[in-house]
Ligand binder design. Structure first.
Ligand code: HEM
Length: 473
């Protein structure tokens, strides 16, 4: 059991009680608005033993995440679940190992074409398969085709291990289910980090409560697939011509084999690949679902995008990066979907590396620091009628794409911001363009789009729901 005393100067927040912390929590933008109104732009909450400081003000967030004191991630045991209790990988790593892995990934992802036209061909190939697969769902209302998952996973697989799967491949469909189950179960594993007294209960009970055995079994399947890819790469690696991130990692491992502190080791290899999948696949595939749902809900916007596409791209050709400068309305719409969906609403948790100050508030070492992206995206100080879906806010007077410099941060801000932003934006553009060129999306008769988030996803992921997919003639 722990003391529940707050140090003086901590940002204000709702009353905290011993052991449990606060009774109310900040899960949605609405919760955040309520707290902000009562306690100000920066407030603190307590969940069990952890203090969480949430920032709602864009300027505070930008300033905080540019400071090295707020670069770290929290030191939660559950984050090391996949790496036998050892810190590994890039997303939840701190200090030099994080910096080294982040630089390594950015260098090689860029080298492989992230954000450049070379990768366009890989994404176009998936777009072509996606269009082929969507045709099977045009005979009546249908749930989102699973090919959305396979297409986005295939991009990561190709960057990581030069591998791609057919849209109906059973191994990849199983992998998709695993990731989904993993995302749903992981919030349970967090419990002992927030309520440390749980660790004193009988082990089997805690493991059951935290779904540990199920998570272990599921991650083993994922791990086996990755280890098999590593074995295959080791056997076929030609040092003079590395094919992908995996080859580059293996080469670094060889170069640094005599350095006992090197981050290029077996554990970090598997966890880094895992990180790329967990951060890069679910996010992009769910954004694509939001694009489809917003199109189903906004027939006028959809029609205007299709008109723009028809004027610029011949129907027999899939839109690629060469057409992009002439498709500003499509690009503006994708940005508007990124704004209103604020997919990673509360960002990814940061932690204070040492005692410090933020907006005159005292922030003790280890405090969890959260930037609420969703709040910024709906802040009326930056957005005119923020609740309205209006792609035009991303266009300037001459109709060219113009992205506001402030309060728009779907990929976070600062040194920890998303390292897959360029890749994800390419995927969203190519996939949305291909789908809207070939299909018109709608809602089944008598229904409306359900914009409420999928429970337990932790992020603003859409609920699975039936849509109507009509082939364009
Ligand atoms: C629509 C799609 C995506 C969204 C909305 C998104 C959003 C974010 C956000 C908000 C963060 C946290 C920033 C912070 O901590 O302040 C993040 C981190 C990260 N993202 Fe993404 N992301 C997307 C796609 C991707 C893709 C495709 C990849 C991989 C190739 C990726 C890899 C990562 C990694 C590795 C991190 C951790 C970076 C670090 O800790 O240094 N993301 N992302």
């Amino acid at each position: 059991f722990y003391l529940n005393k707050d140090p003086p100067g901590l940002p204000p927040g709702p009353p905290r009680y011993p052991v449990i912390g606060c009774l109310s929590h900040c899960h949605t933008i609405e919760d955040c608005k309520k707290f902000q109104k009562k306690y100000g732009d920066t407030f603190s909450l307590r969940i069990g033993s952890q203090t969480l400081v949430t920032m709602c003000n864009y300027k505070t967030m930008k300033e905080a995440f540019a400071r090295y004191e707020f670069i770290d991630r929290p030191n939660w045991d559950f984050l090391n679940f996949l790496s036998d209790g050892e810190m590994a990988g890039v997303i939840f790593r701190n200090g030099v190992p994080w910096q080294t892995l982040r630089r390594f990934l950015l260098r090689h992802l860029r080298g492989m074409g992230m954000g450049k036209s070379r990768l366009d061909d890989v994404i176009l190939r998936e777009a072509e398969e996606l269009v082929k697969d969507f045709r099977k769902y045009t005979h009546g209302p249908a749930f989102f085709p699973p090919s959305i998952n396979v297409a986005t996973l295939n991009i990561i697989w190709q960057l990581v291990a030069s591998r791609r799967y057919d849209m109906d491949n059973e191994e990849i469909i199983r992998f998709v289910d695993l990731v989904q189950e993993f995302q749903e179960d992981i919030p349970w594993l967090v419990l002992p980090d927030f309520f440390p007294w749980l660790k004193y209960l009988p082990g089997p009970l805690v493991r059951r409560l935290c779904r540990e055995d199920k998570l272990k079994a599921n991650t083993k399947i994922g791990r086996d697939i990755m280890e098999e890819a590593v074995r295959e790469h080791r056997a076929s690696l030609i040092p003079a011509s590395p094919r992908d991130v995996l080859d580059e990692f293996l080469l670094e491992m060889e170069n640094q084999k005599n350095d006992p502190n090197s981050v290029f080791n077996e554990q970090d290899l598997i966890k880094t690949i895992f990180d790329l999948f967990t951060a890069g696949y679910d996010t992009t595939s769910n954004m694509l679902r939001w694009v489809i749902l917003h199109m189903a809900n906004q027939p006028e916007v959809q029609r205007r995008i299709q008109q723009e596409l028809d004027e610029v791209v011949d129907r027999a050709t899939l839109p690629s990066h060469v057409h992009r400068p002439r498709l500003p309305y499509l690009d503006a719409t994708i940005n508007e979907v990124l704004r209103v969906s604020a997919l990673v609403t509360s960002g990814v948790a940061h932690a204070a590396a040492h005692d410090t100050y933020l907006d005159k508030h005292f922030i003790p070492k280890g405090t969890i620091v959260i930037g609420n992206i969703g709040f910024c995206h709906f802040d009326p100080n930056y957005w005119d009628e923020p609740e309205e879906f209006r792609p035009e806010r991303f266009l300037n007077e001459s109709g060219k794409l113009s992205i506001p410099k402030e309060a728009f941060l779907p990929f976070g801000t600062g040194k920890r911001s998303c390292l897959g932003q360029a890749l994800s934006r390419m995927e969203l553009y190519v996939f949305s363009a291909a789908l809207l060129q070939n299909f018109t999306f709608g809602v089944p008769e008598g229904r409306t789009v359900d914009f409420s988030p999928r429970p337990m996803s932790g992020n603003n992921f859409p609920k699975d729901q039936e849509i109507v997919i009509k082939l364009r003639h």
